[in-house]
Design a protein around this ligand. Structure first.
Ligand SMILES: Cc1ncc(COP(=O)(O)O)c(C=O)c1O
Length: 409
């Protein structure tokens, strides 16, 4: 990254004049925190006592045997408090808010995991909390909306545009502009204007630091490959940052292939070469847009992956050839999920199952002496409605009908 928060051609901070002072304050607070060794120690300590860190690295003997290639290891970010890697980022930003003396937090959320994590952090630190969520995602991720509200947050459904993540981000920025003095915007991924990509990457870097130590202990050597799903890119950059200097470790980001890369119904900005350079939501990256530069609608079975932009850090690493990009379709994801549950008793989130699906296609190319790590960014409980629907599970449908009758539906 250079001085203005650019990663190669990507990044920057395209913000309205009215937010300049807020960003100056945030940059200064983050720089001071980074320079203070006690801040990082306090962060690691908080994550150990509040969020189950270090999360384990789990060997998957049954899948490794069945797929006949490298040993598969899974980094268990699902075991974080609230069930996803999102906890790492929000608790870090919560500590930063305390240093800045802010009392209110706002956030955007897609799948709801970042919203639940932020609401949890707000409850723990005693902050007021408002979460912006696309109305479509409110419908898809009702259990997470329920938890956010029970944790004391106000959830605001956003009815603009496609009513998904990008619309929620726009709304959160609108709020911030009018409430800068007491409010921090806790952005949930390695996107947005500088310093957010760097800051979120800094906190999520804990995943990669742990994973590198753990695989060396387990195998005595580095993995051949590291796989992670990519929405905005925070779990992917988090784990990959631990291996960036290990040139022999191949890093693979897996995007949402939706109904297929030729269907126009996906969110593969880099893998399908569909993303085009643009500036939106305060930064420059590859966005899915039409010839007139209008943002396109995206689709994925996983609400957390259907974002139109991608981390400027990952766009740069892709251009430099350091991270290879691939996509998994909704169908491949459901099959991978089914296989993982039955073979290993793990229930990955639909987002994480993208990384599993693509890794399964490739591990056969490697030998059993080698290993791969798949980042399991979250657990699948939140997806129970989507997964049960996709599998057409008859007993689940009977249960829903029964519940509907109870509520007079
Ligand atoms: C479990 C899980 N994994 C992955 C993502 C995608 O985000 P990112 O690419 O920033 O890790 C989300 C987003 O909501 C998520 O909930």
């Amino acid at each position: 990254m250079n001085r203005q928060g650019y990663y190669g051609r990507w990044g920057g901070a395209f913000i309205p004049e009215v937010l300049h002072e807020t960003f100056r304050e945030l940059n200064a607070a983050f720089a001071a925190a980074k320079a203070d060794p006690a801040f990082w120690t306090g962060y690691v300590d908080l994550m150990a006592t509040y969020s189950c860190r270090p999360t384990p690295l789990t060997h998957c003997p049954n899948l490794s045997r069945a797929l006949g290639g490298a040993q598969i290891y899974v980094k268990r970010e699902d075991l974080n408090h609230t069930g996803a890697h999102k906890a790492n980022n929000v608790m870090g930003q919560g500590l930063l808010m305390q240093r800045m003396g802010k009392t209110r937090v706002i956030a955007e959320t897609g799948a709801g995991q970042h919203g639940v994590a932020t609401a949890t952090m707000a409850a723990r630190f005693g902050f007021a909390c408002t979460i912006y969520m696309g109305a479509e995602d409110v419908r898809r991720q009702r259990p997470n909306v329920f938890w956010m509200e029970k944790l004391g947050a106000q959830v605001v459904p956003v009815t603009d545009g496609s009513q998904t993540l990008k619309d929620a981000i726009n709304e959160a920025f609108r709020d911030w502009v009018t409430n800068m003095s007491d409010t921090h915007y806790c952005l949930g991924t390695v996107c947005g204007p500088h310093p957010f990509p760097e800051m979120v990457g800094y906190f999520q870097g804990l995943i990669g630091q742990e994973a590198r130590r753990q695989i060396l202990t387990a195998c005595g050597r580095l993995p051949a490959r590291v796989y992670a799903c990519v929405g905005g890119g925070s779990n992917a950059y988090g784990i990959m940052s631990g291996f960036l200097d290990d040139s022999r470790v191949e890093l693979i980001g897996v995007e949402a292939g939706g109904l297929g890369l030729d269907s126009g119904r996906h969110a593969a900005r880099i893998a399908g070469r569909h993303g085009q350079a643009g500036v939106a939501q305060g930064y420059r990256t590859l966005f899915l847009q039409d010839e007139d530069g209008q943002m396109q609608d995206t689709h994925s079975v996983a609400a957390g992956l259907d974002y139109i932009g991608v981390s400027p850090i990952l766009a740069d690493l892709a251009e430099a050839g350091r991270v290879r990009f691939a996509a998994a379709t909704d169908q491949e994801v459901l099959l991978a999920l089914d296989r993982t549950m039955k073979a290993e008793g793990l229930i990955p989130a639909l987002e994480s199952a993208h990384a599993f699906a693509h890794a399964f296609k490739e591990v056969g190319e490697l030998s059993p002496e080698e290993s791969v790590i798949i980042n399991m960014s979250g657990r699948g409980d939140k997806d129970i409605f989507t997964i049960a629907h996709a599998f057409g599970d008859p007993s689940w449908q009977a249960f829903i009908r029964e519940r509907g009758r109870e509520y007079g539906a």
